[in-house]
Design a protein around this ligand. Structure first.
Ligand SMILES: C[S@@+](CC[C@H](N)C(=O)[O-])C[C@H]1O[C@@H](n2cnc3c(N)ncnc32)[C@H](O)[C@@H]1O
Length: 145
């Protein structure tokens, strides 16, 4: 089995390579994955889609559907809510980025519209370093279109 990671940020790719020197990490965007159709057995999208403006999420989930093999799984995890955040401080330093928190039902609908069937959902209470509600969804690309 081949496992690799993709991130938009060169610094994050560098950190990942340092933490897991035996795995392959490349710079790239979830909106345009450099992979063939049906190539992936599974995708882990972990606390990364909240940076994507909601109008672009269909493109991201269409890419996940395109690159997953029939029967392949997406495990998605992220913060949920109904607000746009523009923090100026975080992780003990000044920061500048945007986050778009969406209700979990909206994420389920977006996955469904992309052709990914949600088979499990886990809603988590606020807690941890970022004290917000978060959730995981397991979704599957059907064997037959
Ligand atoms: C909160 S960090 C999570 C990083 C990592 N997934 C983890 O769980 O530790 C969010 C990451 O999403 C990445 N990201 C945001 N938009 C992206 C996109 N369109 N394609 C790939 N990565 C993206 C950011 O560069 C950032 O590293």
């Amino acid at each position: 089995m081949s496992v690799f990671g993709v991130d938009l940020s060169p610094k994050m790719v560098g950190l990942a390579r340092h933490a897991y020197p035996n795995l392959r990490f490349t710079e790239g965007s979830m909106t345009a994955l450099e992979m063939r159709d049906d190539e992936l057995g599974g995708i882990l999208a972990w606390y990364s889609t909240h940076h994507t403006p909601p109008q672009w999420l269909p493109d991201v989930f269409a890419e996940f559907h395109r690159t997953l093999a029939p029967g392949g799984y997406l495990l998605w995890g992220d913060y949920v809510g109904n607000e746009r955040l523009q923090p100026t401080h975080g992780y003990g330093r000044p920061v500048s980025y945007e986050s778009y928190l969406l209700p979990l039902d909206r994420m389920v609908d977006l996955l469904d519209q992309a052709g990914l069937v949600v088979t499990a959902r886990l809603e988590q209470e606020p807690g941890g370093r970022v004290n917000r509600p978060h959730a995981c969804l397991l979704a599957r690309k059907p064997e037959t279109p």
